[in-house]
Design a protein. Structure first.
Length: 272
């Protein structure tokens, strides 16, 4: 039986084993999928051990995505731009292909599940860390009229602006620099929301009918979702849909078949 797993630290909270087990049953694929706790300092050894024991593919989560990027022998274009790898696939010649399905997972959730179009929309991304880097390429390719990237340290956002310039225009700015502007879609790519913290966001950032999307997910509304509701967002959503959709794209890379995510999302929402 082909082996797959998710590695990270910590990993006990991961929903990936349940998601991939459902995908495997649905598509009649004979595989096993487990969660393995791996600290960064032993990542190389864990990688070697896994692929030497009939491992065929890995998902890599925090804090291992950048290390996986370094270990991949070849990278998809979206992984190259992301600077991080969340999916590794063992190729027939023994090499490792690195991909990043976070951005396409987000875009699939926004467009297919939520019915949104980003064409000519004003988009704001909060935070210029690894999470933002994984989603900026697909967002730009969806052709918004403008994409702002706000960060406490503006220099980090400016680096992203330069990196993604071949794909499209990013406006790097501070949080204070957002005052007076309005957006149709605001995406929180900071991790602070889960701990009840938010960047210093101005009032009236949301245009009429605006959507707010938090990449993080939890059973209780995150601080960002609460802010969005107070500010009058037409729709405020956490990252559960993105989690399922990025998993589906990883599954497709590994097995060549795309699972139906609608049933999976319904089951998770009911369980919550």
């Amino acid at each position: 039986m082909d082996k797959y797993a998710v590695v990270g630290f910590p990993i006990g909270h991961s929903m990936s084993p349940a998601i991939h087990a459902q995908f495997a049953a649905q598509t009649e694929q004979d595989l096993s999928y487990s969660a393995i706790e791996v600290k960064p300092e032993v990542f190389d050894q864990a990688l070697s051990d896994f692929f030497q024991s009939n491992g065929q593919g890995l998902n890599c989560t925090v804090p291992l995505k950048e290390l996986a990027f370094e270990k991949a022998d070849q990278l998809t274009e979206r992984a190259q731009f992301s600077g991080a790898v969340n999916t590794l696939k063992l190729m027939e010649d023994g090499s490792l292909l690195g991909d990043n399905t976070d951005g396409i997972g987000l875009l699939t959730d926004l467009t297919d599940n939520l019915g949104l179009s980003l064409l000519n929309k004003r988009v704001l991304v909060l935070g210029a860390g690894g999470a933002a880097r994984g989603i900026l390429g697909p967002l730009l390719e969806a052709k918004p009229s403008m994409l702002y990237l706000a960060n406490r340290t503006v220099a980090k956002a400016e680096l992203m602006e330069q990196l993604f310039s071949p794909i499209g225009r990013i406006h790097a700015c501070s949080y204070e620099g957002l005052a007076g502007k309005q957006f149709d879609l605001v995406i929180n790519a900071t991790s602070a929301s889960l701990s009840g913290k938010l960047p210093p966001l101005a009032d009236k950032l949301l245009a009429s009918g605006a959507v707010c999307y938090d990449l993080a997910y939890s059973k209780k509304p995150t601080a960002f979702i609460e802010w969005a509701n107070i500010q009058g967002a037409a729709l405020s959503v956490d990252g559960l849909g993105m989690l399922v959709e990025q998993a589906a794209h990883a599954f497709y890379l590994w097995r060549g078949v795309m699972p139906d995510t609608e049933l999976m999302l319904q089951q998770i929402r009911v369980a919550d």
